[in-house]
Design a binder for this molecule. Structure first.
Ligand SMILES: *[C@@H]1O[C@H](CO)[C@@H](O)[C@H](O)[C@H]1NC(C)=O
Ligand SMILES: *[C@@H]1O[C@H](CO)[C@@H](O)[C@H](O)[C@H]1NC(C)=O
Length: 465
């Protein structure tokens, strides 16, 4: 999908001047009443005030110290509404109850002003909390100052540290995946030697993806904020290692995803993107019958707990990931440029028995849970084209995740969570840059709540964390 690049801070210099320069005679009256004799002096004062106002509306430079332009994929702050639909009035959004913190530095006034216009919090624990600088430049790239967001586990933090600070000691291609590179990482504190030749069985590897997949880092934080805990830790990172090909070291941040060593793949080379084979009709039947339908020649799907499908559907709907449940784009009208159109997949929608689920994966260490990989999804999918087929057949969603959506705090919590990843944060223009994107997720969450209500669906307490 071609993602549109929009300009940072496109809101500059708008209306206030209209009010001041209005030719409406009403606007002139107070001047006369005050009986001022020096209209030119007053005009000067007004002009000055205008200039100050205009200044406060000017875009501030990117918050980062690198001054890079935000990446196209996760679109930066702008007035481009397809990315940032404002909440409609007919949906009740409970005000977020998260307590803001007043600690910390003051931000540029203009930035705050623009924030407020978009309905963003004027005080946010995430932006107001300065991260201590110092130490090596590398060490600044994760910020755990103040409180670590409670939805990130100790294990998440350890893995994020490895991904962010680990030295790249070797690389390997992943068969049939030209766009990604698997790298072995060595952290300073590691007791074991760097051992570049070692395979990734010890969990010290990551997968470097394309710069346009950065949204996958947001997806990781979304997973944790919602308490789903099914995706793998991911950070944004710029690379300079001589081990890597030149194109990887051009100072553009890329997502680095922790490599789970025990993801199960089918032996079948035509179907190695799955831990178990599952067709759409079987999947629907399985959901309907409340039991796992035996799948020809393979029982791996049978080990997957029922609640997992509700997690997956919720996650994929918010991110609009079609790859797993609807890679044929049967649930919306795809553009001609979509892979599902180019690969002639869409035509199969006419014959549901041919539709297969893809990327249905589990880990050997826990075959009862799904593991979500390749979560970049579609931040820009317009609201009118949301794929509701992703929700089809699901009659119960995870309670904790639904509670977070109901709280109206999703975007705030995501902001707080993403603040930890300085590379991502700065590359996207900070809070102001990220906010429209997070609003899209919040908005999709409200649409999902509405769907749950309209279809009388239930919410189930998670049996399995
Ligand atoms: C949901 O429940 C209400 C009231 O019980 C009923 O009128 C409505 O038809 C139900 N909707 C669906 C989609 O089942
Ligand atoms: C999250 O998942 C990991 C492995 O997938 C598991 O080890 C961990 O206990 C889970 N954490 C929570 C809080 O459920």
């Amino acid at each position: 999908m071609a993602l549109e690049q929009s300009r940072h801070g496109g809101l500059a210099m708008q209306r206030p001047s209209d009010d001041f320069l209005s030719s409406d005679p009403q606007a002139q009256r107070p001047w006369r009443r005050t009986g001022l004799k020096y209209p030119s002096l007053v005009a000067l004062v007004v002009l000055l005030a205008l200039a100050l106002l205009a200044l406060s509306y000017l875009p501030s430079p990117p918050t980062g110290d690198h001054g890079r332009a935000p990446l196209p994929h996760v679109a930066p702050a702008s007035a481009s509404l397809p990315l940032a639909p404002r909440p409609r009035r007919d949906v009740d959004i409970t005000p977020c109850g998260d307590k803001p913190s007043n600690r910390g530095i003051k931000r540029h006034r203009g930035e705050r002003q623009r924030w407020r216009e978009r309905g963003a919090p004027s005080h946010s624990p995430c932006v107001e909390q300065p991260c201590k600088r110092g130490g090596s430049p590398q060490e600044d790239r994760l910020c755990f100052d103040g409180t670590v967001p409670p939805w990130l586990s100790e294990d998440d933090i350890q893995k994020m540290k490895l991904l962010t600070h680990g030295q790249v000691v070797s690389k390997s291609r992943v068969p049939a995946h030209g766009q990604v590179l698997r790298v072995r990482l060595h952290a300073d504190g590691d007791t074991q030697p760097a051992s570049p030749g070692k395979d990734c069985g010890d969990g010290r590897c990551g997968l470097i993806k394309r710069p346009t997949d950065l949204y996958e880092v947001v997806a990781f934080h979304l997973d944790r904020v919602l308490g789903l805990n099914r995706s793998l830790p991911a950070v944004a990172r710029r690379f300079s290692s001589p081990v890597l090909p030149y194109s990887y070291t051009n100072s553009v941040p890329r997502p680095l995803i922790w490599w789970a060593p025990d993801v199960q793949h089918l032996e079948d080379t035509n179907n190695d993107q799955n831990s178990c084979a599952l067709g759409w009709l079987q999947y629907q039947e399985m959901l309907r019958s409340h039991s796992v339908v035996p799948v020809a020649g393979d029982t791996a799907c049978a080990s997957i707990q029922r609640g997992e499908w509700g997690r997956l559907a919720l996650f994929d709907f918010l991110l609009q990931v079609h790859d797993r449940l609807d890679r044929y784009c049967c649930g919306f009208k795809p553009d001609a440029s979509e892979p599902c159109m180019e690969e002639m997949l869409h035509e199969k929608c006419r014959n549901p028995s041919e539709l297969l689920l893809v990327h249905i994966l589990v880990r050997r260490s826990d075959p009862s849970r799904l593991v979500f990989i390749d979560n970049a999804g579609r931040p820009q999918q317009p609201e009118a084209k949301l794929n509701f087929r992703l929700l089809q057949g699901i009659d119960s969603f995870p309670e904790a995740a639904v509670a977070t959506l109901r709280s109206g705090c999703l975007a705030h919590r995501l902001l707080k969570s993403l603040y930890v990843d300085r590379e991502l944060w700065e590359s996207q223009g900070g809070a102001a840059g990220l906010w429209p994107l997070l609003q899209v997720l919040e908005r999709r969450g409200q649409i999902l709540l509405q769907y749950i209500q309209e279809h009388n669906l239930t919410v189930a307490r998670d049996m399995l964390r």
